[in-house]
Design a protein around this ligand. Sequence first.
Ligand SMILES: Nc1ncnc2c1ncn2[C@@H]1O[C@H](COP(=O)(O)OP(=O)(O)OP(=O)(O)O)[C@@H](O)[C@H]1O
Ligand SMILES: [Mg+2]
Length: 288
Amino acid sequence: MNAVIPTGAARSIGSILIESGRLSSADADRISEHQQQHGLQFGDAAIALKLLTKEDIDYALAKQFDYAYLNNQDSSLSSQLVAAYKPFSRIGESLRAVRSQLMLRWLNADAAHKVIAVVSAGKGEGRSFIAANLAIVFAQQGQRTLLLDADLRAAPTSGQHSLFKLGKSTGLSGILADRAGLEVALPVPSLPGLTVLPVGAVPPNPQELLGRPEFGQLLGKASQQFDVIVIDTPAGGDFADAEIIAARAGAALVVARKNQSLMPDVALFARRLQAGGVTLVGSVLNDG
Ligand SMILES: Nc1ncnc2c1ncn2[C@@H]1O[C@H](COP(=O)(O)OP(=O)(O)OP(=O)(O)O)[C@@H](O)[C@H]1O
Ligand SMILES: [Mg+2]
């Protein structure tokens, strides 16, 4: 028997879930009946009958509104990209709040403001995690977003390379060495609007490369092609790279990790950034 899924939104939610294999036609029929008998929304009727979960409904709604969202079976990206896999989670909510703050304080304040460096004083505080997920929520908002991995200190297969499961690729180091251009940045097919520029081969002289005019030129070019550029950086306490990058970006989002970051280190690092002319446009206490 074919599914009878009546009115407007309900029809598309039901058919989205049938198409994605989350719902059988027979169960869709039962939901429709229950919905009509009790005057419920399709989703509420489905949950009442325990035929679908809230997660299924969120998934369908996201699809219906054309919101880039991956289901759990899709393993093309790392599951740490929670903004893509669980956009309605607490972290998803927090990321959208950070996005609003950055729009208000920086991106919307001046047409020339496009770049934000995600920085922190210490290692392993979540810079890569936050930069990646923040770039995803910008792309979900319909902004052409470039996630630029500028952690030239990390192994080239860690950081954004591993979060987005990228293959062997030329990246930032190749561009700074004048061996490639911005065309080596990789669009993420499952997340329309998002492009990732991996770090590329690890160079022997990261700080010198970042100080070259090529880095500024790259950001200038990227600013013409993208609405937002989010930069992942190495730990600020170890090298001057993060300060150089943030100074070029003009703005920084400072990350600290709960029960890990030492406040005096964070304060000292923030002062160094400000002394370098960087606008601190927000801070995140990462409690994950
Ligand atoms: N809010 C969070 N929720 C869950 N896991 C998190 C969260 N923040 C960070 N992590 C995890 O903690 C680990 C370290 O985070 P991440 O690599 O983003 O930090 P980093 O500051 O970029 O580190 P590095 O100094 O190595 O570049 C990763 O495995 C990451 O997925
Ligand atoms: Mg990192």
